[in-house]
Each structure stands twice: as C-alpha cells, then as structure tokens.
Design a protein around this ligand. Structure first.
Ligand code: MN
Ligand code: MN
Length: 314
C-alpha cells in the first residue's frame, strides 16, 4: 500500500533522498493515485533560448524545499488528494511531431485511467498534444486559463506550424479550448505589430494585461475573473508571465511582468471547481540564477496541488 506523503524533512534531511516532485512517491502510471506529477523534458519547439528540457530534473531537485501545508487555506493537500511522481513522458529530442505522438499516447493512457495531471515542461509547444487528449476525454472544448507574457497565437515560423508561440492558436482552431470561456493573464508587449492581436480579438479571448491587473488592483482584479463552476478547466502556467526579476531562467523573457506574490494570489483566488489538468512550462535552468525560477515553478505546483485539494473537499 503506497503512502502518498512526502519524505519527511524531519526524518531525512532535505538535501538527502532520491529526488522526486515534492518528495512524493515515484509510482507506476497505473498505480492508485489521483493526481499525476509528470516531467515532460522537451524543448524542440523554442524560437530563442533552449534549456527547458532540463526543467523536470531541476524542479525535482528543488522539491527538497517543498512543504504540504497551505497557510491561507489551512490545509495539507495530502489530506485530500493522493499525488505521485509518475516519471517523465517519452520524447524525441530531435523531432517535434514524433514527440507529439508520444505525448498523445502517454496522456491518452492517463485519460483512460481517469487521472488528473500537473506537467512540468518543456517548452510551451507541449501543451497542444496534451490538450488534444483532454478534449477527447471530456468530449467538449475545455475552459482554459493561460498565464503568459505572450499570446502564443502567433503564425507559423520558418514554414513550421508547430512551435511554442503558436500552441494557443492551434488549440482554438482545433476546437480543444473554448476561446470565449478562456482567459490569458500577464500578457504584455511589445508585439511584432497590431496584427498580433487580431486572432484573440476575433475569437473573443479575454486578455488580461499587466496594465489591467495593476490599474484595477489585485483583489478587484481577482474578483473580476470568471466563475468557472463545474466546467472542466485546463490551466497552463508559462513561467515568463513572471517578471524576469522573479523568473530569469526562461527562454523568452519579457520585462514588466507579474511578481511571484501576484501569481500566488491569483492562483489562490481562482473560482475553479473542476481543474482537470495543468502544466508549468518554459523553465530553463541553464539561464536561471540561484534556482529562482525553479523555485517559482515548485511553488506554482504547490498552489495547483492545493487547488486540487480544495476542489476534492467541496
Ligand atoms: Mn507561452
Ligand atoms: Mn511566454
């Protein structure tokens, strides 16, 4: 019988032990758990700085500092959900489309097993094949919460349709997510041109810029976000939504972003009762300093695990 508790830091010093996400048990894909923590080490879809293939290993490394009790929720996520590290999704480092096939096979299996997920990428191109399998499982377009500096609805580049800056456009065009039920948080410029906004405007995606968040004020902004009720929601957290001061280790940093405190508060305030999957992408350890970005990713994983625990108790 697996115990879904992290290795105790009071019994085993935090720098010891085999590294897993949140020091949780490493179990087979078909084991008896609720939330799968998955590494997806692929950065073949980046347009600028690579390195996010190393993120799963680094986030497991800094998981030494993970703790389960959420102060403001007054709860340990391990009391409500069984979360486990199920290892890495297979990838093909030199071939994006073959990687997509492997991702779909892997997540298709997780969907058949009825698992919920938190994935650590990888660059943002990995979200598209994951969403394809969630769309099949839930039988309708998902509602989508997308933290990012970038819209990721950009056109093909170098004659290639699939890259980390086009996944959100494909997700809408393929009917995987409901654009009018979706929200993008942390978006900022500069853009290549005004045309970059045409796609989101045409499809009615709510784009929350940094200006809107700061001008509205954090609490009123959080209150203004939609109530997702029981609709299945997928959440994708591109770490570059954060200001490079808070997340320097990323591929395409954009100045003037959110603070880690702001994303913590927004994640805590989400009105979501049926989160079905989430990912944290674009962490690039070779460009990080003192693991700042990896720790931000770990803390985001904690907030997501706590959100899963909250919905399990309601
Ligand atoms: Mn992105
Ligand atoms: Mn981005």
């Amino acid at each position: 019988m697996t115990v879904y508790e992290p290795l105790s830091g009071r019994e085993f010093p935090r720098f010891s032990g085999i590294r897993t996400f949140f020091r949780l048990p490493y179990v087979p894909v078909d084991a008896d758990y609720d939330v799968a923590l998955i590494g997806l080490p692929f950065d073949g879809g980046v347009s600028y700085r690579p390195g996010s293939r190393f993120a799963p290993a680094k986030v497991r490394d800094v998981s030494s500092l993970g703790r389960v009790f959420h102060w403001s929720r007054d709860e340990s996520f391990t009391q409500k959900i069984r979360a486990a590290d199920i290892g890495d999704c297979p990838t093909v480092p030199i071939d994006l489309e073959k990687t997509y096939e492997r991702i779909q096979t892997f997540y298709g299996r997780l969907m058949a097993l009825g698992k919920r997920t938190i994935t650590v990428g990888g660059d943002h191109s990995i979200t598209l094949p994951i969403l394809r399998e969630f769309r099949k499982k839930y039988g309708r377009p998902l509602r989508f919460i997308h933290f990012d500096a970038h819209l990721d609805t950009y056109p093909a580049a170098w004659d290639s349709e699939y890259h980390h800056g086009s996944f959100a456009r494909h997700a809408i065009e393929e009917g995987l997510v409901d654009p009018k039920g979706s929200v993008q948080i942390g978006i900022r410029g500069p853009l290549t041109g005004r045309d970059d906004l045409a796609f989101v405007n045409k499809h009615g995606v709510r784009v929350c810029t940094i200006d809107e968040i700061r001008d509205t004020g954090l609490r009123p902004f959080i209150d203004s976000l939609p109530d997702f009720g029981q609709d299945p929601v997928y959440l994708s957290f591109d770490v570059d939504c954060l200001d490079p001061a808070y997340a320097p280790g990323t591929g395409t940093p954009v100045v003037g972003g959110l603070t880690t405190y702001e994303t913590q508060r927004i994640l805590r305030g989400l009105k979501v009762k049926n989160l079905v999957g989430a990912d944290i992408v674009e962490v690039s350890p070779p460009f990080d300093s003192s693991d700042i970005t990896a720790l931000a990713a770990l803390d985001t994983m904690f907030e997501l695990l706590s959100l899963y625990a909250e919905q399990a108790s309601s």
